[in-house]
Design a protein around this ligand. Structure first.
Ligand SMILES: [Zn+2]
Length: 438
């Protein structure tokens, strides 16, 4: 555990290291690492050197002065979810020193120490920010939304049109149109809710899309695309996920057992919270298992989608396909990419431009995902609760009251309200209610 420094109330924190120093040190390199207990920055020095540091707000940064040192560094985070955003040089107070500015996403507790390793001398800045890693764990314990949340990702957008059909159809427009139809279907279903990674024509990088899904606490990510080939013949849909090299391992077999799986994952948060460095390998194991569980879910959901899609379109590939695509890399969210057809095939281009056809595709994906979540509802969701009791659906007719419906199914009004998360007694015509078994 690190010393607790309440940085929110402490604008400037100054501390001087205990280490002695002698003349010029060269700052050779900087390394940023993320581990289970947080992130750390390692400054490699040609020799041990004295340092001091303080923090500044707006923007949040940690300033590190290294005595009698030279060196130029420039580091930028690759992902937008990183704690350490940038490391750069700045003008030091005295000419003989070097000043490095660590731009951080937020000010968290940190500790600076000198490390002597066989390969050299380091100044280590250790940030106590377990958030990024624990956020990767499927949270069996933390409170979740009643709704199962499905992130729908319309491929491409903005300056990236995706593939372009022979008639000039842009893939980015087709994907967005299908995504919106799909969202409508999900949102009309009690217990399901869809969020879009983009809802208009703008660009988002593929690697940012899973981050958006995570931010929206998605239980599943479906990325919609249309295929293209340099000849007009290929046609049909295909469904893609990330490959699982460990599918045959003991872990994967263990994870086949759903109750064991949630038991293991439910413990993971606690493990991480209590973990010290020497527990890191165990935490990594838990994370690997999360990854395996996520992949297995991706496979299951893919197969549901394939079996529904083939009812409305020819399949280019009848089996699920594997690829290392950036949009599919969330370790904690089952992620699937659906190529709805070949925009380069004139017939399919025409179909994809037809709203009714797009609706058919959206409907089939909706049906598949609903079937999948009926069987595998996330723990703590409304559907998981209903699964235990049965789930008759009732569509409210005009003038029908909760009292009347409760009487008809011989259950209490309170039971219906609880099952559907209703706050009031009023109902809307055509509203679908899930009726728990009495
Ligand atoms: Zn695409």
């Amino acid at each position: 555990m690190l010393n607790r420094l309440n940085l929110w109330f402490c604008v400037i924190l100054l501390s001087i290291s205990l280490f002695s120093f002698s003349a010029v040190a060269d700052v050779k390199d900087v390394k940023v690492e993320s581990s289970a207990s947080g992130s750390q920055v390692l400054f490699k020095l040609s020799k041990k050197s004295k340092y001091s540091h303080f923090t500044l707000k707006n923007p949040n940064r940690v300033v590190l002065d290294i005595k009698g040192a030279t060196g130029t560094l420039n580091y930028r985070a690759k992902g937008s979810g990183e704690l350490i955003k940038r490391i750069r040089n700045s003008t030091p107070k005295t000419k003989q020193d070097s000043r490095f500015v660590l731009e951080v996403a937020k000010l968290v507790d940190y500790e600076i120490t000198h490390l002597s390793r066989p390969d050299g001398s380091y100044i280590q800045v250790k940030f106590d920010d377990p958030q990024p890693i624990s956020a990767m764990i499927t949270s069996g314990q933390t409170e979740r939304d009643d709704d199962i949340i499905i992130a729908i990702d319309a491929g491409h957008g903005g300056r990236d049109p995706g593939s372009i059909g022979p008639q000039g159809t842009y893939e980015k427009n087709i994907t967005l149109a299908i995504a919106k139809k799909l969202q409508k279907r999900f949102n009309a279903e009690p217990g399901l809710r869809a969020v879009l990674t983009r809802d208009a024509d703008y660009y988002i990088s593929p690697s940012k899309r899973p981050l958006i899904a995570r931010k929206k606490k998605a239980d599943l990510l479906i990325s919609i695309h249309a295929d293209a080939f340099h000849t007009p013949q290929p046609r049909g849909a295909s469904v893609w996920t990330i490959n699982n090299g460990r599918a045959q391992t003991e872990f994967a077999r263990l994870l086949e057992n759903k109750s064991r799986q949630s038991e293991l994952l439910a413990g993971a948060n606690t493990v991480i919270a209590e973990s010290e460095d020497d527990n890191a390998s165990f935490v990594r194991t838990i994370l690997d298992m999360t990854k395996d569980a996520t992949r297995k879910s991706s496979y299951d959901a893919s197969d549901y989608i394939i079996s529904e899609l083939k009812k409305v379109t020819k399949m280019h590939k009848k089996e699920r396909q594997y690829a290392s695509l950036a949009v599919l890399t969330a370790q904690d969210i089952p992620s699937i990419l659906v190529e709805v057809g070949f925009i380069s095939n004139p017939t399919e281009e025409k179909n994809l431009n037809w709203s009714k056809y797009r609706q058919r595709l959206a409907d089939s994906i909706f049906t598949a995902v609903s079937k999948y979540f009926k069987v595998y509802p996330p723990d703590g969701s409304l559907w998981a609760r209903l699964n235990k009791t049965g789930d008759i659906k009732h569509v409210v007719k005009a003038g029908e009251s909760l009292y009347k419906i409760a009487k008809r199914y011989d259950i209490s009004i309170a039971q219906i309200k609880q099952a559907n998360n209703l706050k009031r007694d009023s109902l809307k015509p055509n509203q679908t209610l899930l009726i728990p078994k009495g």
